[in-house]
Design a protein around this ligand. Structure first.
Ligand SMILES: O=C(O)c1ccccc1NCC(=O)[C@H](O)[C@H](O)COP(=O)(O)O
Length: 263
């Protein structure tokens, strides 16, 4: 299978979702709603820079690698438990087909928690950034594997103009180079190999030394226990993004405590 095959499939499906979204609210209307939005940033970047290793806890019902993770999916309850457990921020999937997420889940959670929220999606159209603002997102994910350097810069600047932070995700050195060239200030290293779905925390070890000192470094995917947390912290991560481990937990507070026990 080709390196970007899975991402290509996800993006193709995501285009269909985008069309439905545009049919529902026209691009000009979405843009106006975003520009008139009173939603304020809850301080995503600042939350990740607090001492220790900050945790972005993810609300995710399913994934391409694991299928359905949470049969009994209760997004708002889960998000409130994350906040109570001391998560620095919440990530919520809004991609419908592969991750079984949705904008409604995002909006429902936003109404109930006070910590910063990341809109986790596959963003390739400015409409999705205006929509993120309207939903109350404090940050969006930009994936270097699906965007040119020009697009990263354009979307980064647009998001910043709307007071939205960007977590810009890389998988390898080539992607990292274009992200660094764009001056991105929050860089995510995804430990998941999208060809095999294997997670390897050595991806963080390999790329972390190449991240500019002033950028916030987020290690993403595959964090299962306190040793993984200790490992990526030692590699210089400021924050981690954790989904599956929390989504499979029946006691989120206890899982958070356990994950943080070696820090
Ligand atoms: O999770 C997947 O299978 C996946 C496949 C293709 C593209 C992205 C994918 N995941 C998105 C993520 O980045 C993770 O949801 C996030 O880092 C949390 O990972 P985990 O803690 O391993 O659930």
């Amino acid at each position: 299978m080709r390196w970007n095959m899975i991402l290509d499939d996800i993006v193709e499906k995501r285009k269909e979702q985008l069309q439905r979204e545009k049919d529902n609210i026209e691009p000009q209307d979405m843009k106006e709603m975003a520009l008139n939005s009173k939603n304020k940033n809850h301080g995503f970047k600042e939350a990740l820079k607090k001492s220790g290793l900050s945790v972005i806890s993810e609300v995710k019902k399913a994934s391409p690698s694991k299928g359905v993770i949470a049969e009994d999916f209760r997004p708002v309850e889960t998000a409130i438990a994350y906040e109570d457990a001391g998560a620095a921020a919440i990530s919520c999937l809004t991609e419908e087909y592969y991750f079984k997420g949705g904008s409604k889940y995002f909006a429902d959670i936003r109404a109930k928690v006070d910590i910063p929220m990341l809109r986790k999606d596959f963003i390739f159209d400015e409409y999705q950034i205006y929509e993120a603002k309207v939903l109350g997102a404090d940050a969006i994910l930009l994936i270097a594997a699906i965007l040119s350097e020009e697009k990263i810069k354009e979307f980064y600047d647009l998001a910043k103009s709307l007071e939205i932070d960007c977590l810009v995700e890389v998988h390898n050195e080539k992607e990292l180079k274009k992200v660094v060239a764009c001056g991105c200030d929050i860089i995510g290293i995804n430990n998941r190999n999208l060809k095999t779905f294997d997670v390897d925390l050595n991806t963080t070890s390999k790329l972390a030394p190449l991240i500019p000192y002033e950028a916030v470094l987020v290690s993403e995917s595959g964090m299962k226990d306190e040793n993984d947390m200790k490992n990526v912290k030692e590699q210089g991560a400021d924050a981690v993004l954790i989904g599956e481990t929390f989504m499979r937990s029946d006691n989120i507070k206890e899982t958070m405590k356990q994950l943080r026990s070696c820090l």
